[in-house]
Design a binder for this molecule. Structure first.
Ligand SMILES: Cc1cc2nc3c(=O)[nH]c(=O)nc-3n(C[C@H](O)[C@H](O)[C@H](O)COP(=O)(O)OP(=O)(O)OC[C@H]3O[C@@H](n4cnc5c(N)ncnc54)[C@H](O)[C@@H]3O)c2cc1C
Ligand code: FES
Ligand code: FES
Length: 1423
């Protein structure tokens, strides 16, 4: 049938309401439609590429084949609106709200403190909701899996899992469904290593025995689950009956036409074949998870799209004689179901390949992607890092292709892929189905994948490895080794396979296989994707794992073989990566046996996990917990007798949490559109350093909806901007980084402005860029103002030292990855240059000042308003002004409201991040580890402007001691000027970098002395009354207490012994442990910023409107301020409201930063309240029994002002670098963390097994918020030190521009056991109500994970005979871990390039066999 020329009507349902859309543009996504057309802004845009889950919705449809309603989660940002015909969509608004009733999935995340900034929350709620719709009684494993496609940057995930654990049927168990796979109750296969509690089934401490060892589990929790609404599946909205009827009818071919794209949805195979013959270049789209990305991020345009999802043959599944045939449009979710069923139904020997498919699918994207993406899409994308293609290739799967010419079947072999993303399939052909074969007797199959992050990440190297043995022997009959990530296509190692055929499965075969593979799976040093050594090593490591796995299976199968059994210490190398269940956290009264501290008026709770009772030492089991330990973690409680309505010190839920969970909370881009509003898209430089020769907007002007181009000549005021006045609003003649803003396009819609911006042509004359710190040092490209802190006599210190050690450490930067990108809405008021700016910023004052400066108006014409941010972390302290000034200029020029929310890739490109640091050190120390003298130079990469780089470097220098007393110090801090976007503030503000380098030399020093690192650290810790290298006396120094409590509560010493035992028993898996302190100085180091203001209005009904200078970015500042005001005024928190932060209520606000916002704004609020109270005093005295409302009424009627401002400045702070005198900090926050990890020495994977934190937060204003800050900061730090890696080209182009390339920690990356305690009895006289700052200080504690990894690597290296200190830069990625675990496989690689290439007269292969065989011969008996 020919497509309908006019276009069809699209019919679907949203939250039960029917939508009929006559004018559908196939380029529109469901997300855009929901937000713009339906005004349903609860669904958020976090990335637009399926990588964050903020846009998760539930899709429901009637499946006429299965006669069933199916619900699944999906990413609205990739879901084409045209794919919605006869489908029902449920958004977060559709399931509950604060006005009527929250759905339990909304209520529980809010009440369990699982929502901080809230930008991720609706997406997480919808993932949970969809799971509950499909399975009202999930187990914990189902819940964890449901979140594989959701990211949160604030919470550290634990409170979310804890809140949702209350839905789990196994909520009181070990974290796995009782008796399910992995639970110790199950007695199933994979509990061979101990299941959930390391094989202690029914022993003391096992979750099976119902006993809780000797700890009393009596205390309260941070939330009260008995308050939760029960889940009642009968109350869920019903599936629209109309869609059931429609679903039973034959669909008719549909066609939708937009400005540039036509979407055709045929219903029969014949129609499809005819269409493909008519439009051979048309794209077939099922999940749109590839095509959507190509169109959005790669700017590709596909004018004709054909959607085959309705065609029965393409959705069919058939079991044949030889295997299972799966229709190409079957989603990965349905493939998973089919494979699971086959594995359950068929004898195991037949399902080796199916199990490998399941293993790959386990780590394939998140559920939102797997629910919509098709197997055919994965094959036909022909990506070299596809996860399924190596399995399909190694298994010899068969593909059926169909076209007008008929059908043909091809085998997925070495001929199938013809080049990068190319196959032998002809343009007019369609992939109809794929047949995955059964495995045969004597056939074994493994699949492996290594990525930067375990969950939801694309592979670095992936493979499918198959061997078939001759009947009842260990002689290879057939072998197929297929790798992805090693060439432009998925490849077969043909030569290796040929040579191994006919050989016995033994050591010699292994040696030859490695030799051959290293020659065949080769990469040039400049191969795209980098990580060349790592990728080459992985090919061998995977084969080694496969070799051992097969060996083990052969021995179990009873086959008579000549091969040796797998040594017991090698067995853990055969285990597939699996997550440990996240422990069940609870609050406990401290055990009476707690040895160190006395009870006090600040009585403690204990927070701990049940799995802490378990004591495994085998691989694949949770924490190496000493069985004798009494786990206890402390949390403060309010003093006895505190009035119930006094909320200070209580775990009050974040005041916006419920609104955030229901999607009602309004973020900047959720503000309804103004009439005539324009959308702005930036035009930025594609060169790091260049002269601008010309800017041509002629093509852009032809794009529909184009309004104008804005550039430097449109700036009415000054084009010069920035903290140091060294930036431009728009670049004029020269660009100094990729992403430098040159201009902006204004158009009627976001889509039009994007298109027009892409059409702007810029010509450059390129200049030499400086990208790295090393290049800047070579070229002496520094920002002026090199800071130094010197103390004592360094030279003498070195002379007196027993040892001197020199070294270097590099720390990579970090992207803020707030879930809400930068956003501004500028509304000109039409009078006297007045403008209202709605901005996602931490810094209303600078936003106002810079915008006024650019517009050439006084600051009093500009009002900046900040309701809330979807995260900030320092990234919105100054860099938000870069966008705001541009939007303000555009609004000024056009006189119309202008909006811009950066796309994730733009945001990552232009807004800078944490400064990368290079630290060079020379440390002198005694034999016992006591440090005598330190000389350090810090170099940071500041980027192309000063911004806050000097402040960041100052803090790094002020933290170069971390927590150690160093008598003689000479230090220097240099900020490098480079051609990267200006780096800026990021939680910790240089402190983590300064401290990390200290821990580096501390760890090397301990190694050099041959002493345990914890002893050396403890020996060097400061004591009360010591002075720091910047001459500040330490008073109220609680770090020693934190240290002792952490050492004790983590059972450090006994676990360390068990770890040593574990490491002896496991050659290829190693565990490590580390305990790290932190001391973090509190105050802005720029003294005048330590001020704050507040404004309190009391209305005649007694309600209070509170405003203060701080902004809410999720950290719970407004909640804490309400608590402060509530206690100060003596009114319930429910009477107090904070609407927003604005420059017309509290002027000249310091940025919300440096962790001091609660301290300074809290005091300002307190002072304002005191003013009101003083005025009320006579009224209260004359009516002591009156209520608050009575007093307020009287006050009003007595003409007493009920409005007051408050102001506060931190006294006596200020430091002089030249003289090394003064006080940079008001006080310090302290903490200690102990972390245990397990690494896979062969792949570089690591697991965070357990972390214990003891943190001094003074007397907590709100323990739930403070614990949330600690957990969130810690997990962000895990990202910084182990995972997040920004990669640039040598030309200064950022490669890692979105969640697809840049990996922040996901749900699965948090420590399986995560115990956080707040130190008791440590009131702080320097801050409001004795509290302490908490936002930044805990971040550095994640260094304990990094040094635990280093500890584990030391053990691996020891097995290879290496005991010296080694360099490990940060982050400790799988690549760095694997490369540091030097063994025969890594050595083999070095030989192949370092030596073999030089010996080309012998030929490459011969050389390898000569040189490398030596290593291979020795590897197996290394121990
Ligand atoms: C966040 C995210 C995570 C991802 N993670 C992974 C991962 O872990 N591992 C991995 O391998 N991939 C991953 N991918 C890639 C992608 O999801 C898969 O390749 C997926 O299987 C594509 O299926 P689709 O239905 O969405 O393809 P679509 O985008 O609909 O189509 C992809 C391509 O296949 C062609 N095509 C589709 N069906 C046919 C057919 N029957 N005949 C001919 N051509 C056809 C299309 O024309 C198009 O060129 C990820 C993608 C995203 C966005
Ligand atoms: S916005 Fe859709 S997944 Fe991030
Ligand atoms: S609460 Fe999850 S991103 Fe902020």
């Amino acid at each position: 049938m020919a497509p309908n020329k006019a276009g069809d009507e699209l019919v679907f349902f949203v939250n039960g309401k029917k939508v009929v859309e006559k004018d559908v543009d196939p380029e529109t996504t469901l997300l855009t439609y929901l937000r713009r057309k339906l005004g349903l802004c609860g669904t958020k845009l976090g990335c637009g590429e399926g990588g964050c889950g903020a846009c998760t919705v539930m899709i429901s449809k009637y499946d006429p084949f299965r006669k069933k309603i199916l619900h699944h989660s999906a990413n609205a940002c990739l879901f084409p609106i045209c794919a919605l015909h006869h489908v029902a969509v449920t958004t977060v608004e559709g399931i509950g709200n604060t006005k009527s009733r929250l759905h339990p999935a909304q209520e529980r995340i809010a009440k369990s403190h699982g929502s901080q900034c809230g930008f991720c929350t609706p997406g997480i709620v919808m993932s949970m909701y969809t799971l509950l719709r499909n399975n009202p009684e999930p187990c914990m494993e189902d819940i964890e899996d449901a979140f594989q496609g959701n990211l949160c940057r604030c919470t550290g995930y634990r409170p979310i899992l804890e809140g949702y654990r209350t839905f789990a049927k196994d909520m009181n168990g070990c974290g796995r469904a009782a008796n399910s796979t992995g639970c110790c109750r199950s007695g199933k296969e994979n509990t061979m290593n101990g299941g959930c509690c390391g094989g202690k089934a029914n022993g003391p401490g096992c979750c099976m025995n119902g006993k809780e060892d000797s700890v009393t589990m009596t205390s309260s929790s941070l939330f009260n689950s008995s308050e939760f609404q029960p889940l009642d599946p009968t109350q869920e909205p019903i599936f629209p009956p109309e869609l059931m009827t429609q679903g039973n009818k034959q669909q008719k071919q549909m066609c939708f036409k937009g400005e540039r794209v036509m979407w055709i949805q045929p219903t029969t195979l014949n129609e499809l074949v005819a269409l493909k013959s008519q439009y051979p270049n048309a794209k077939l789209v099922v999940g749109n998870t590839e095509v959507g990305i190509e169109m959005r991020l790669k700017n590709l345009l596909y004018p004709v799209i054909i959607a085959p999802a309705w065609i029965p043959e393409m959705n069919a599944v058939q079991h044949t004689e030889t295997g299972v045939t799966i229709g190409a449009a079957c989603t990965l979710k349905s493939v998973e179901e089919v494979m699971k069923k086959a594995v359950a139904d068929l004898p195991p020997y037949k399902t080796e390949i199916f199990q490998a498919v399941l293993e790959q699918l386990r780590w394939f994207a998140g559920p939102q992607i797997r629910n919509v993406a098709a197997i055919g899409g994965n094959i036909m994308t022909a990506s070299p890092i596809s996860d399924l293609n190596p399995v399909l290739m190694a298994s010899g799967s068969k593909l059926t292709l169909v076209s007008k010419e008929g059908k043909r079947t091809v085998t997925m072999d070495e001929k199938f892929f013809t080049g990068y993303r190319k196959t032998i399939v002809k343009p007019e052909e369609i992939l109809l189905s794929v047949e995955i074969p059964y495995s045969r007797k004597g056939e074994y199959f493994s699949a492996f994948k290594q990525a930067s992050r375990r969950e939801d990440d694309i592979a670095i190297v992936t493979c499918g490895l198959r061997v078939l043995f001759q009947d009842s022997t260990s002689r290879v009959k057939e072998i197929k080794l297929s790798y992805g990530g090693m060439a432009p296509t998925t490849v077969l190692a043909l030569k290796t396979c040929k040579e191994l055929t006919g050989r016995d499965w033994n050591e010699k075969l292994l040696q030859d296989a490695c030799r051959l593979l290293s020659g065949e799976m080769d990469l040039s040093p400049s191969a795209p994707g980098g990580m060349v050594d790592f990728r080459r090593t992985l090919t061998l490591s995977f084969f080694f794992k496969f070799y051992l796995t097969v060996l083990q299976k052969l021995s179990k199968s009873g086959t008579k073989t000549m091969c040796q059994p797998v040594p017991s210490n090698y067995i853990s190398a055969t285990e597939l990566f699996h997550k440990d269940p996240i422990a069940n956290a609870q609050l406990f009264q401290v055990s009476s046996s707690f040895p160190k501290t006395e009870p006090s008026s600040y009585s403690p709770f204990t927070r701990m996990s049940r799995s802490a009772f378990c004591s495994p030492i085998n691989a694949s089991s949770p924490s190496t917990q000493a069985s004798s330990s009494q786990p206890f973690v402390l949390l403060q409680e309010v003093p006895k007798g505190q009035a119930v309505e006094d909320m200070v010190g209580r775990p009050l839920v974040h005041v916006s949490a419920a609104k955030q969970a229901s999607g009602e909370a309004v973020y900047c881009d959720d503000i309804p559109h103004y009439e005539n509003e324009l959308y702005l898209t930036l035009v930025t430089s594609t060169k790091a350093h260049a002269k601008i020769l010309s800017v041509d907007t002629s093509e852009a002007q032809t794009v529909p909806g184009f309004v104008c181009f804005v550039s430097a000549k449109d700036v009415p005021g000054s084009n010069i901007t920035g903290i140091a006045n060294d930036e431009t609003v728009f670049a004029q003649d020269v660009v100094t980084c990729v992403g430098h803003i040159i201009g902006a396009v204004l158009a009627d819609t976001q889509e039009h402005s994007r298109r027009a911006a892409k059409a702007v042509k810029i010509k450059y004359e390129e200049l030499q860029p400086i990208v790295t710190i090393q290049e800047a040092i070579e070229k002496q490209s520094f920002f002026k103002d090199i800071k130094r802190i010197n103390k004592g006599d360094v030279k003498k210190g070195f002379e007196e030292s027993d040892h001197i050690l020199e070294g270097e450490m590099y720390l990579g930067g970090q992207e803020h990855f707030y879930l809400e990108t930068h956003c501004t809405l500028a509304v000109p008021k039409g009078e006297d240059g007045e403008m209202e700016l709605f901005v996602s910023t931490q810094n209303p004052m600078k936003t106002q000042e810079f915008a006024a400066n650019a517009l050439g108006v006084p600051s009093n014409r500009i009002v900046v308003r900040v309701k809330r941010m979807g995260g900030g972390f320092g990234g919105k302290e100054t860099r938000s002004t870069v966008l705001t000034s541009v939007v303000a200029v555009a609004a000024f020029k056009t006189g119309r409201a202008v909006r811009c929310m950066l796309d994730r890739d733009e945001d990552m490109l232009i807004s800078g991040g944490r400064h990368p640091f290079l630290g060079r050190y020379k440390v002198g120390f005694m034999k016992n580890g006591k440090v005598k003298s330190l000389e350090v130079s810090y170099y940071s990469n500041g980027g192309n402007s000063v911004d806050l780089s000097h402040g960041v470097m100052d803090r790094a220098l002020l933290h170069l001691d971390n927590s150690y007393n160093i008598p003689n110090v000479s230090s220097m801090g240099v900020v490098c000027k480079t051609n990267l976007p200006s780096n800026t503030a990021f939680r910790g503000f240089g402190g983590p970098q300064g401290m990390m380098i200290a821990e580096c030399w501390m760890s090397d020093l301990a190694q050099k002395c041959g002493l345990p690192p914890e002893e050396v650290r403890k020996l060097n810790l400061y004591h009360e009354g010591d002075t720091t290298h910047f001459n500040q006396k330490l008073e109220g120094f609680t770090l020693q207490r934190c240290w002792d409590e952490c050492l004790s509560s983590s059972s450090y010493h006994s676990r360390k012994k068990l770890i040593e035992e574990f490491n002896k028993q496991n050659r290829w898996k190693k565990r490590g442990i580390s305990i790290i302190p932190t001391k973090f100085g509190i105050s802005f180091t720029v003294p005048f910023l330590n001020q704050a203001g507040a404004l309190v209005h009391v209305y005649t009904d007694g309600s209070v409107l509170l405003t203060h200078g701080g902004t809410e970015m999720g950290q719970g500042l407004h909640t804490k301020m309400i608590q402060v005001a509530s206690r100060a005024l003596g009114v319930p928190t429910s009477k107090i409201y904070i609407s927003e932060t604005s420059t017309n209520t509290v002027p000249n606000t310091s940025p919300t930063a440096a962790s001091v916002s609660a301290d300074i704004n809290g005091m300002a609020v307190y002072n304002a309240c005191q003013t009101i109270l003083k005025r009320l005093e006579p009224i209260k005295q004359s009516n002591p029994k009156g209520s608050w409302e009575d007093w307020i009424k009287t006050a009003y009627e007595s003409c007493v002002s009920l409005s007051a401002t408050g102001f506060y400045r931190i006294p006596e702070v200020g430091y002089n670098f030249e003289k090394n005198e003064g006080k940079p900090f008001s006080y310090f926050s302290y903490g200690v963390a102990c972390s245990e990890v397990e690494i896979d020495c062969l792949t570089g994977d690591h697991k965070n097994i357990r972390t214990d934190i003891v943190m001094d937060v003074g007397t907590s204003l709100n323990p739930a918020i403070d614990i949330g800050q600690i957990e969130g900061a810690f997990v962000q730090g895990i990202g910084l030190f182990t995972m997040e890696e920004l990669r640039y080209s040598p030309e200064g182009n950022l490669y890692t521009r979105g969640p697809g390339m840049y990996k922040i920690p996901a749900f699965g990356d948090i420590p399986a056991e995560f115990n956080v305690s707040l130190l008791r009895d440590c009131p702080n006289s320097k801050a409001v109500y004795s509290s302490k700052a908490v936002g930044e200080p805990p971040l550095f504690l994640s260094a304990s994970v990094f040094y635990a990894i280093k500890d584990a690597i030391y053990s691996a290296r020891k097995d290879s005979g290496l005991t010296e200190a080694f360099r490990l830069d940060s982050p400790a990625t799988p690549e760095r871990i694997r490369n540091a675990c030097v063994d025969i496989f890594t050595k083999m690689r070095i030989l192949s390039f370092a030596e073999c290439e030089r010996m080309d007269t012998f030929g490459y292969r011969e050389c390898l066999s000569e040189k490398c065989a030596g290593y291979v011969m020795t590897w197996y008996h290394l121990d």
